[in-house]
Design a binder for this molecule. Structure first.
Ligand code: PMP
Length: 417
């Protein structure tokens, strides 16, 4: 056939670096990581396949392992009541709500879940998003703009950083858990901006430490900013009743402007929430892009989270067991002179080993003892603080902890002596 004539000039030859995915810097980085692992004889520590439910134990490669890599802290993701709630919701509402919530995706289970979250927090209202990550991205991206400032802890989760970037606001980080460093930034910059939001986490998931909420509240009140707390790992984990950082620190819910959390940890579902005053929540329901332009949460995801919240309240011994076993792990790790950083011994305890190669090697060695623990490698943390990160579970036993720490001690000394 004839070549169609065109008035557009022919493009010059574009360098392959800009047209091929395998020339993208990200792919080059992946190749380097894999080659490094192969050279050292360490298998890829990511994407291990779990063949059933993952709680205090899990099945990997057909073998039952003690499991420290899942944030199913209260073991509710396989609780019969939680599973039953999911089955009933699936049968009643089908597998998808087939529209965004404002359009025709609203179901009674969404409203029941949001009401339960708001009541648990003792705030006016709450809204759930289909992803925890998208909750932070959309909320910060929507609420803040170029005349505003976002101040966050240097260890804040990626979702807050991405939300801040989307918002177009100025973003500054302050030293980890350091209210004085925050104060310095506010003294210098508060007056240059309109809205200012401080973002911290309830329980930092790499370190298992927590902020002094009272001090952050005092600072935010004095500088007239908003305070947002990401409770992904602290809600339904910290406090005797599982009410999160506010219970742990004895601070009224109203002292924090934006409570954020996820449904993917103790809540045994998937998604995130924002809880706070009516004006905030209504605005997000009508305008936050990740809510408005995204499908409503599937009923079989919302219902298990609602059931998990109820079971947490009905069976308070789960929280007590989680707190006991976490404390035990921390004590026993310290007795063996392991470096546990600043962990307060609630649900998350790292053992810092100081090199990515050692962390990956120890994780691989422990798996051969049927113990599953994730190595946290550079660049997720600085190289000198590469670690094994232990998530505790209320169903862990002291015997499992002893066996794990014994195996770790033996494998570690075999590699250093
Ligand atoms: N915030 C924090 C502090 C997190 O740790 C995570 C993920 N674990 C998220 C937000 C994102 O939540 P999700 O995985 O439920 O999307």
């Amino acid at each position: 056939g004839e070549t169609p004539s065109t008035s557009l000039p022919a493009a010059g030859k574009v360098d392959e670096r800009f047209t091929r995915f395998d020339r993208h810097p990200g792919y080059q980085q992946l190749k380097l990581m894999r080659e490094g692992g192969q050279r050292l004889g360490i298998p890829d520590p990511f994407f291990k396949v779990h063949e059933g439910t993952a709680g205090a134990t899990t099945i990997i490669g057909g073998r039952e392992c003690i499991n420290f890599a899942s944030y199913n802290y209260l073991g509710l993701a396989h609780h019969p009541k939680v599973i039953q709630a999911g089955i009933e919701a699936l049968e009643r509402y089908g597998s998808s709500v087939s529209a965004s919530r404002p359009v025709s995706g609203e179901r009674p289970i969404h409203q029941a879940l949001e009401k339960a979250i708001a009541e648990t927090y003792e705030v006016e209202d709450a809204v759930v998003f289909v992803s925890g990550h998208a909750t932070n991205v959309s909320t910060l991206g929507y609420l803040l703009g170029p005349k505003d400032l976002i101040l966050h802890d240097e260890y804040i989760h990626n979702s807050t950083v991405v939300g801040a970037q989307l918002s177009g606001a100025r973003r500054m980080s302050f030293a980890h858990n350091d209210p004085a460093a925050l104060e310095t930034l506010l003294a210098r910059h508060r007056h240059q901006f309109e809205r200012v939001v401080i973002v911290i986490e309830g329980l930092y998931s790499m370190d298992g430490d927590a902020p002094d909420l009272k001090r952050f509240v005092e600072i935010k009140q004095r500088h007239q900013t908003w305070l947002m707390v990401d409770e992904a790992h602290s809600f339904a984990v910290m406090g005797k009743e599982g009410l999160g950082l506010r219970e742990h620190c004895g601070v009224p819910a109203q002292d924090v402007d934006i409570w954020m959390g996820t449904l993917s940890k103790t809540m045994s579902g998937c998604g995130g929430y924002i809880a706070g005053c009516q004006a905030l929540i209504e605005m997000l329901r009508y305008f936050a892009p990740g809510f408005l332009y995204s499908v409503g949460m599937p009923a079989q995801v919302a219902a298990p989270s609602l059931a998990a919240l109820a079971v947490m309240k009905e069976e308070p011994e789960r929280l007590e067991r989680l707190h006991d076993i976490s404390r035990y792990f921390l004590e026993q790790a310290k007795l063996r002179d392991f470096d546990v950083g600043e962990s307060i011994g609630v649900a998350v305890v790292p053992v810092i080993v100081g090199s990515s190669v050692l962390a990956a090697g120890l994780s691989d060695a422990l798996l051969k003892h049927d113990i599953n623990v994730q190595p946290i490698l550079h660049p997720a943390v600085p190289e000198k603080s590469a670690r094994l990160r232990f998530f505790l579970n209320c169903d862990h036993t002291r015997g499992q902890i002893d066996a794990t720490l014994d195996a770790l001690e033996a494998e570690w000394s075999a590699r250093t002596s």
